[in-house]
Design a protein around this ligand. Structure first.
Ligand SMILES: NC(=O)c1ccc[n+]([C@@H]2O[C@H](COP(=O)([O-])OP(=O)(O)OC[C@H]3O[C@@H](n4cnc5c(N)ncnc54)[C@H](OP(=O)(O)O)[C@@H]3O)[C@@H](O)[C@H]2O)c1
Length: 335
């Protein structure tokens, strides 16, 4: 079988590097073309890499069939129209193509959307849930890291209209620092973060409307989310604790246990999962506890893999008709 060529835009960042790491050992990928606004050898930016891979300018044409955009929001939509025009499949890790409605994007990100035509055709990329839509798609909005950890366990319940819309879905999440990207910032320095943690973005984080938008769309009614994220002093991982009320606890329990039975990278577990259980993998583990109709779901992912680059590779696998977990490590780093 002949492999394909893929390109990674934003190769100097965390998710760009993670894409390279995964795609380099993907059985169906023959070449990974790296692009950036800063160019040079990959080892100039990642001194631990003993390879001669080059990062070339965005403008340099290439014959890749899939383009991954690991760029900030607003930057992605500058590139997408030309890439779609060139016949490539595009997987965007930024928020630019996650909302089917430009108005919600604009309200949330405070900028106008410059590519509404493609936005209306983009598919939200949770591979195990929106599989059929993703198969036929040319443009995938790869989900945010926190929304991934929340939506995967909750979407089956939303779809069966089991989540009680008269109550909020409260989401309390903790993330490793790599979720904030590679760019240096004062409040992200080691002495300021280590041995301490705090909340941020209380009820106004941009992932709150993303969760509400997708959950409500799938449920066909208005589900309200209240979200509080925290940065904790570890490099990778997200743990989300999600509180909500259901309409029928027996149906909800059965769905939570059974829905992802066939999915290789999503597992319901009895124990309380920890971020270490999924480190370096595209796996999501979740559990739940309930008292009658009151439920709490706890989920864990690696923010750079399932929360970003790994899920993007899985989306490529679905689009290209490859095995869903191709190129994605199944065993976590341990300890
Ligand atoms: N980190 C996560 O856990 C995570 C999870 C899900 C989604 N995402 C999303 O994925 C995207 C990338 O995140 P990241 O964590 O990889 O960020 P990052 O480490 O800061 O990397 C950002 C990349 O974009 C490039 N870039 C920044 N501003 C640019 C501009 N104005 N024009 C062209 N290139 C520019 C950077 O190039 P330079 O090196 O030249 O600055 C770098 O290659 C973001 O949209 C983020 O929201 C991240």
């Amino acid at each position: 079988v002949v492999g394909i060529k893929v390109s990674v835009y934003g190769a100097t960042g965390y998710t760009g590097y993670e894409l390279y790491r995964l795609l380099k050992s993907h059985p169906m990928v023959e070449e990974v073309i790296l692009k950036g606004r800063r160019t040079g050898r990959l080892s100039d930016f990642f001194p631990t890499v003993f390879e001669d891979a080059e990062i070339v300018p965005f403008e340099e044409e290439d014959d890749s069939s899939v383009a991954f955009l690991a760029l900030p929001h607003t930057v992605s939509m500058e590139h997408v129209p030309a890439l779609i025009g060139a016949g490539k499949k595009v997987i965007d890790l930024s928020a630019d193509y996650r909302f089917s409605d430009a108005k919600i994007y604009e309200a949330c990100y405070g900028v106008s959307h410059r590519d509404p035509a493609n936005l209306s055709r983009a598919v939200y990329g949770i591979p195990e849930f929106f599989t059929e839509d993703i198969k036929g798609s040319h443009l995938i909005g790869n989900p945010g890291c926190y929304p991934t950890s929340v939506l995967i366990p909750l979407l089956p319940l939303a779809h069966e209209r089991l989540i009680d819309e008269n109550f909020f879905v409260f989401v309390d999440s903790k993330s490793g620092i790599s979720g904030a990207g590679r760019k240096a910032r004062e409040n992200l320095h080691f002495p300021e973060l280590y041995d301490s943690f705090a909340a941020y973005g209380v009820w106004n984080h941009r992932h709150q409307p993303e969760m509400e938008h997708i959950l409500s769309k799938v449920a066909g009614c208005n589900l309200r989310v209240r979200f509080v994220p925290h940065l904790v002093p570890m490099s990778r991982g997200i743990l989300s604790t999600i509180y909500f009320r259901v309409k029928d606890e027996v149906k909800a329990m059965n769905l939570l246990v059974d829905f992802y039975e066939e999915a290789r990278m999503i597992s319901f577990v009895e124990k309380l999962p920890s971020t270490k259980d999924v480190r370096g993998t595209n796996n999501l583990l979740y559990t739940f506890r309930n008292e009658g109709k009151e439920f709490v779901v706890i989920s864990v992912i690696d923010n750079l893999v399932r929360g970003a680059s790994g899920q993007a590779v899985e989306n490529m696998n679905v689009v290209m008709g490859y095995e869903e977990s191709a190129g994605l490590p199944s065993l976590p780093l341990f300890p």
